[in-house]
Design a protein. Structure first.
Length: 453
């Protein structure tokens, strides 16, 4: 049985006790253990005693219902003894541990008082578990903000959290429980969600862009052959990783703006047809066919060439470099190109604020925005809801149960089987839509438990 989102039955509201029971059951699931191993987390790491963990989560839940000067209480909390954290490290590449002169009682009132000082995006509240006194607040852990790049994309390295229980409180009744950086389960609106469905790791999505990546790879290889000095060999997966990071950034910027939006990716060969009069959509703001429309691909090729050139060595022909070398490269040239390509991501995200879809080809060529999908396209009564990453397990849902933006994407993907639509709702939910296994299929991208993302 795969791990799925929406783990509680509709109409049955969950509370901290149910969340703890769910976590302990999930901990025994072989598929979940595989997920931890894939994330580099030792599966032998144990959970705290059930009663203690329930006390901690219940206290966090109570604190989440309080308010600080009319603002919701938000904080991150790590259960780890202070002596297990280095005393001489700190952001941006480490964790800065600061102990209080004396421990504080662990209760909702102390959490409420500490939350404003423990900025959610930069600091965690440190908690230790004492056999005699139970949970105690021992101090604060300054993490910096680089950890957010795992959510919204980027190349900067960041200190991984140790494999200890971490709890996010992001609003009234909104709690996520993690092991280090990996979210185990979230409680939101009385529903338990298990965010194991990251569509960006799917094979079908990678295959959808395989031809475009092959084209970029050929262009890179041609540039490498023309080079006057040796270039390092580039990992063929580098372009995929970079492209995914940029798309994650586009999505996160749209989510953070809370206006929603739709991104439509079409086969490159459809660019002329979709910009002319057609039965699929009308694009109100079209961009002229010239190089700026392809700036994303231009920058990607420049990044690939510059990285290979910077790491080229005459006596090291077999060396292969990739994402690791990119994130650790400190050259100004790479830094400027990285800033440029993520500026394009922010630009595209801003276009989504206008009514209608942002329309691109799978080459990331920006055709235009304000795209209105035709209402004359045949409608369908049901769509398939993918319950696993590859869409092998699905359940049928009525198409009328969502808003206009979603139904328009369903209609488009029903007609254009090679199209991919990404719909970001105003409430931050993300849905990918594609014709898959003979039906219009959608994936709900896993929630992160991080506000605005």
């Amino acid at each position: 049985m795969p791990i799925m989102t929406g783990c509680m039955r509709p109409g049955i509201h969950a509370y901290p006790e149910e969340l703890v029971s769910f976590i302990f059951d999930l901990w025994q699931d072989p598929q979940f253990q595989e997920r931890l191993s894939a994330a580099g987390i030792d599966c032998s790491v144990g959970l705290p005693d059930r009663a203690v963990l329930q006390q901690v989560i219940s206290t966090c839940y109570q604190a989440s219902l309080m308010r600080e000067e009319e603002r919701p209480v938000m904080f991150r909390l790590i259960i780890r003894a202070p002596e297990l954290l280095a005393a001489d490290e700190g952001p941006p590449t480490g964790l800065h541990r600061l102990q209080f002169a004396r421990t504080r009682a662990f209760n909702e009132y102390e959490l409420h008082r500490l939350a404003p000082a423990a900025d959610f995006f930069r600091t965690l509240i440190g908690v230790s578990l004492d056999r005699e006194n139970g949970a105690q607040i021992w101090g604060m852990v300054h993490s910096g903000t680089r950890w957010m790049q795992a959510v919204h994309g980027g190349r900067k390295t960041f200190p991984p959290l140790p494999p200890s229980p971490v709890i996010y409180v992001t609003g009234p009744g909104r709690i996520s429980v993690c092991i280090g950086p990996e979210i185990i389960a979230s409680l939101n609106g009385g529903l338990i969600n298990c965010p194991s469905l990251d569509v960006f790791t799917s094979h079908w999505l990678a295959e959808s862009f395989a031809a475009v990546r092959a084209e970029i790879w050929e262009l890179h290889q041609a540039a490498r052959a023309r080079a006057c000095k040796p270039w390092a060999s580039l990992d063929p997966e580098f372009a995929k990783t970079l492209g995914q990071q940029v798309v994650r950034r586009i999505i996160s910027v749209i989510r953070n703006a809370h206006h929603g939006g739709t991104l439509v990716y079409l086969p490159p060969e459809m660019s002329q047809e979709i910009l002319a009069e057609n039965r699929y959509m009308t694009i109100k703001y079209q961009f002229r066919e010239e190089e700026p429309r392809q700036r994303f691909r231009t920058l990607m090729l420049r990044i690939m060439s510059t990285l290979a050139e910077r790491h080229g060595e005459p006596d090291d022909h077999g060396r292969v470099i990739g994402w690791r070398e990119y994130v650790t490269n400190r050259s100004e040239a790479i830094a400027l190109l990285d800033e440029a390509i993520f500026d394009v991501a922010h630009f595209i995200a801003a276009l989504a604020a206008t009514d209608g879809a942002v329309v691109m080809t799978k080459r990331q060529e920006l055709l235009g925005f304000g795209g209105v999908i035709s209402g004359d396209i045949d409608k369908m009564e049901t769509v398939s809801h993918a319950l696993d990453t590859e869409g092998e397990l699905t359940e049928q849902e009525l198409s009328e149960g969502v808003g206009t933006r979603h139904r328009a994407a369903y209609r488009l993907c029903h007609e254009l089987h090679d199209a991919i639509a990404i719909i970001i709702s105003q409430d931050g939910n993300v849905r990918l839509v594609k014709w898959h296994n003979g039906a219009v299929t959608f994936w709900d991208q896993a929630p992160t438990g991080v506000p605005g993302f």
